[in-house]
Ligand binder design. Structure first.
Ligand code: HEM
Length: 196
């Protein structure tokens, strides 16, 4: 099964990203709204420009992925506004320019795998945030709440699409794997940068 290989080949990148100082802060006792706001700004700076390239309805027409629904930058905006960020502040958040390559559908599939997979970890983080900061989908926690009860069904749909595409396009497999690894790496680089 290709998905198992994809998971295996990106596992160390996932662990690397998860243990970045920015994200490890989530599980520290002194985690607060300031640290949370920083995390949201960093995700926003990465996902806003990336989504503009990858979550393009025309690219996915006929895939049955409901791609518009899967966009996440607007959730980050909603959370940041809830936390006190004004429209002006949103416009000043630095945007990442060192993004993974998005030149073809295989690259975009690898990126989508990473961005959509983050909704699984998001469920764990969301619980943690509601306990520590009292967030919820309408209280500054909509990004990590993701699709709520629809998270697993939506994830399964994407996995099935990737699996059947990879079954009939064997040569695409390494490209999807490389794109997924590159996405984790670029995100880690971005999270490790001082810039906010
Ligand atoms: C502190 C941060 C994170 C934690 C604690 C975390 C935790 C998890 C957990 C527990 C799963 C497995 C869920 C399951 O099998 O039901 C998972 C899966 C995944 N996460 Fe994360 N995650 C974090 C950050 C991220 C980020 C930032 C990304 C990418 C943007 C990401 C991408 C993925 C992907 C692609 C999968 C799916 C792997 C697969 O089953 O194929 N995660 N994460």
């Amino acid at each position: 099964m290709f998905l198992a290989a994809l998971r295996e080949s990106t596992n160390s990148h996932h662990r690397n990203l998860e243990s970045s100082p920015l994200l490890s802060a989530l599980f520290k006792p002194d985690f607060d709204r300031t640290a949370y706001t920083l995390i949201l700004k960093k995700f926003y700076g990465f996902l806003l420009p990336l989504e503009a390239l990858v979550y393009e309805p025309a690219l996915w027409s006929g895939w049955g992925l409901d791609i518009e629904r899967r966009r996440k930058a607007s959730l980050l905006e909603k959370d940041l506004i809830y936390l006190g960020c004004g429209q002006y502040d949103l416009g000043t958040i630095p945007l990442c320019r060192d993004l993974p390559p998005t030149g073809d559908i295989n690259m975009c599939l690898g990126i989508l795998y990473v961005c959509e997979g983050s909704t699984l970890g998001g469920q764990v983080i969301s619980k943690k945030l509601s306990q520590s900061l009292g967030t919820g989908p309408e209280r500054g926690g909509s990004y990590f709440s993701g699709y709520g009860s629809q998270t697993v069904p939506l994830w399964k749909i994407l996995c099935e699409k990737i699996e059947s595409y990879a079954a009939s396009n064997e040569s695409a497999r390494p490209m999807i794997e490389n794109a997924a690894s590159a996405t984790f790496e670029k995100m880690k680089n971005w999270f490790d940068k001082e810039e906010v």
